[in-house]
Design a protein around this ligand. Structure first.
Ligand code: MN
Length: 131
């Protein structure tokens, strides 16, 4: 990470501890400020408080799943523009389209591939950087 680059905050919402730990370790190693959460309502709370640069969100979580939380994020004008990527083991035909049409900015399949994750996160953060 270049020293002049401002620290980007990423919220990782995932209820499975081992999956969450893996994603957080990959992102922390890249120098990002990572905030983790294990359920939908807490994810929404942290996103509203932090207004992060990026959110990685599991679809199936206790309390409120990713499909519910994304609606709440998009309906709130403070968080409407925050990039949110779905992270899910769902690989059925049509799921990708369903997820993208629900307001997510991208889609990452589980199990997470570290190389692909780093690339996608870098691309999303670059796209979200104001010129
Ligand atoms: Mn889950």
């Amino acid at each position: 990470m270049e020293p002049t680059q401002s620290l980007k905050t990423i919220v990782v919402a995932e209820d499975d501890p081992s999956s969450r730990e893996l994603v957080c370790e990959i992102l922390e190693a890249q120098g990002y400020h990572v905030v983790e959460t294990g359920n939908g309502p807490d994810a929404l709370d942290k996103i509203q408080k932090l207004i992060p640069d990026l959110v990685l969100m599991d679809i199936q979580m206790p309390g409120a799943g990713g499909m519910t939380v994304i609606q709440q994020i998009r309906q709130d004008r403070r968080t409407a523009k925050v990039p949110v990527v779905a992270v899910t083991a769902h690989a059925m035909a049509g799921d990708r389209e369903r997820i993208l049409s629900s307001g997510f900015d991208g889609y990452i399949s589980k199990p997470v591939d570290a190389v692909l994750l780093r690339q996608q996160v870098r691309d999303l953060l670059r796209a979200g950087t104001p010129v």
